[in-house]
Design a protein around this ligand. Structure first.
Ligand code: NAI
Ligand code: MG
Length: 354
């Protein structure tokens, strides 16, 4: 099988870590029978300054018509609004209907420490992010309102994806990968005690989707979002797969990332029907760019995550294992993890383990 992968480095350290993702794909064992072709594509603030568009039409059309997946680095956003500029990743999610944002959060195994190994599955297309807001005057002053839209269709497909991820994780565990979890678990997060219609619909639709026969081995539970935050901080080891509407998912996934130390470790994927974009969770890190010390692991894990959603689970598992082995040995770590290794040394160590 040949996969065509779009490479969108973006700005700052995106340019230093996305090439590592490409090298990882090229270094996968030939026995997997996978070949890769790469297409270099542009997006980001530098692209905006050069072309007037943060996300050139060509990038979208090539991704749509000519790619199986993509890797996206990071883009810088100006701290004050710049006319004509808006975030390319948000636009990409919309244009390609990448309806799920998937973020695994995993701690490094070490004796005595609490282990964290969870995936947050965030609905990516609706909720308050439909951005239908208005402001009007009243005798008591201005009032602003925003629409929170929840649909059965979006809730059902995101819950189904969460169930499938839980099954896939269980399969990897069953194949001998050490894990703190004994069985697949999906936790539905919502606030339906207050928002009985919107979050109520999310809750009941997710329940229904996860009641499907093929999820019979998956334990399904619920958490109200505020108590979810409490438990996430107190007992992060208890969670396997968490599914949430857009806003709660956004907040929970950044919070969960903080539990494992460095942003340089945390991957994500934007997933649609038959298409996935791997994207490290960090930004363009202007404070360390150009020094060759960015941690490449978030990108390497994002590359594996992309492979998972392109149904190349075996290849993905090899990458996760190689990254875990590097971290557990702890000899070649980048400065964000307290080490002195350069990006290049970390990449070489992980490729060698592959
Ligand atoms: P950031 O994630 O770029 O950096 C936060 C801190 O984490 C910095 O100290 C940075 O050096 C460190 N860090 C991040 N990734 C690292 C890595 N791989 N290895 C080692 N250290 C790493 O977030 P910040 O500073 O808030 O934003 C910088 C720029 O990035 C802004 O223009 C922002 O808009 C943009 N940004 C873009 C995102 C994206 O493209 N998805 C996400 C977050 C921020
Ligand atoms: Mg966020």
């Amino acid at each position: 099988r040949t996969l065509r992968i779009g490479l969108i480095p973006g700005d700052g350290i995106g340019k230093e870590v996305i090439p590592a993702g490409r090298r990882l794909l090229e270094a996968l064992p030939a026995s997997l029978g996978l070949k890769f072709e790469f297409v270099n594509l542009r997006a980001g603030f530098e692209t905006f300054e050069q072309t007037g568009a943060a996300l050139p039409d060509e990038t979208i059309s090539v991704l749509k018509s000519d790619c199986d997946g993509a890797l996206f680095g990071a883009v810088s956003s100006p701290s004050t609004a710049v006319k004509g500029y808006s975030s390319p990743i948000v636009a990409l999610r919309k244009k390609l209907d990448l309806y799920a944002n998937v973020r695994p959060v995993k701690s490094v195994r070490s004796p005595g420490a609490k282990q964290i190994d969870m995936v947050i599955v965030r609905e990516n297309t609706e909720d308050l992010y439909v951005k239908e807001e208005k402001t009007y005057d009243t005798p008591e002053g201005k009032v602003a309102e925003a629409i929170k839209r929840i649909s059965q269709r979006a809730s059902s497909r995101i819950a189904t994806m969460a169930g499938e991820i839980a099954l896939r994780r269980q399969k990897i565990r069953a194949a001998g990968s050490p894990s703190i979890h004994t069985g697949p678990l999906v936790t539905i997060t919502h606030k339906s005690n207050v928002l009985s219609q919107t979050d109520g619909l999310f809750r009941s639709t997710a329940r229904e989707a996860l009641a499907a026969g093929r999820f019979s081995s998956v334990t399904v539970e619920e958490q109200i979002v505020d108590s979810m935050v409490y438990k996430l901080f107190r007992q992060p080891e208890a969670y396997d797969v968490i599914v949430a509407p857009n806003l709660y998912g956004d907040i929970l996934s950044d919070g969960a990332a903080a539990l494992v130390g460095s942003l340089g470790l945390v991957p994500s994927a934007n997933v649609g029907e038959g298409f996935a974009i791997g994207e490290p969770c960090h930004g363009s890190a202007p404070d360390i760019m150009g020094q060759g010390i960015a941690n490449p692991i978030a990108t390497l894990r994002s590359t594996a995550l992309m492979l998972e959603f392109l149904n190349e689970e075996e290849a993905a598992a090899l990458v996760y294992a190689a990254v875990d082995a590097n971290l557990e040995e702890g000899k070649l770590l980048s400065p964000d993890l307290g080490g002195t290794a350069k990006t290049e040394e970390v990449v070489q160590d992980i490729l060698r383990r592959l």
